[in-house]
Design a protein around this ligand. Sequence first.
Ligand SMILES: Cc1cc2nc3c(=O)[nH]c(=O)nc-3n(C[C@H](O)[C@H](O)[C@H](O)COP(=O)(O)OP(=O)(O)OC[C@H]3O[C@@H](n4cnc5c(N)ncnc54)[C@H](O)[C@@H]3O)c2cc1C
Ligand code: FES
Length: 276
Amino acid sequence: MSIYSPDLLKVSEVLPETSEIITLVMDFQDGSLAKRFSFKPGQFGLFGAFGEGECALAIASSPFTKGQIACSIKKIGKVTSSLTSTNVGDIIGFRGPYGNWFPLDEMKGKKVFFIAGGIGFSAIRSSLLSVLENRNDYKKVVLLYGARSIDELVYKRELAEYEKSSKIDLIKTVDPGGESKDWDGKVGFVPSVLEELAPKPENSVAIVCGPPIMIKITVAVLVQHGFKRKDIYTTLENRMKCGLGKCGRCNIGKVYVCKDGPVFTAAEIAEFPPDY
Ligand SMILES: Cc1cc2nc3c(=O)[nH]c(=O)nc-3n(C[C@H](O)[C@H](O)[C@H](O)COP(=O)(O)OP(=O)(O)OC[C@H]3O[C@@H](n4cnc5c(N)ncnc54)[C@H](O)[C@@H]3O)c2cc1C
Ligand code: FES
């Protein structure tokens, strides 16, 4: 891979998730790259819409699916508007994988709490799929997932499967007012539902991703329940340009999110400059 000549991906599926979010499933055009490409859950790529630019997106597929990657995109501005309008057969650019990852090997034998809000689920989906692939290595797997309304929940097909599965405990919630009469999940913000759940910190780790305010309050609830900050992981989405630690677009103090992150523990984040 050269940063001056991105690899090419062909869109094989466009899956609508919500009114603003789609998932793209993409195949590597270069057959030998398709065979050798690998990534670790938590890493991201820079995805390019030709003529528009590039943006950072989490790789949302399982690392066990070879030759293909998926990402989920929320329409925000120029590049994401172009990417969310792609069709099957379109070609997009890809650089990566970049950044660090969730240390899933170190979590073996533990209870793993995945806590996600909105499209933040996409950044931890590859970790969840990876843990479920090796389910016997982990003691317990819990997914607490919330969105503003039922329409804004992503991966509805998978949530329906998880509800029936004995491999994972799913707790789904929507914000007050976002429910319908036949909603069978919880109603309440993710941190409030977590509070009710009262997770036990012994032999447990948490992986949290969502809007910054949700991450902040969720971490506080986990700490109140006795979780150590070093056992709480999250992934940051600072704006990026090069993805390589060169341009200084993504830094927080001396830390480059693209190179030193995007995965950090709550203990590391507590050391960041005070306004972060
Ligand atoms: C490591 C990483 C992983 C990410 N994963 C995903 C993902 O899986 N799915 C997804 O939809 N998005 C993800 N993002 C965010 C995504 O990169 C931005 O939404 C995208 O860059 C916006 O580009 P744009 O050209 O469409 O918008 P622009 O026209 O560049 O910006 C539109 C508006 O969004 C704001 N904005 C742009 N980028 C960001 C950002 N990174 N954080 C906060 N505000 C921003 C701008 O300030 C502006 O107000 C990730 C970002 C990072 C760094
Ligand atoms: S994106 Fe350029 S230094 Fe991180």
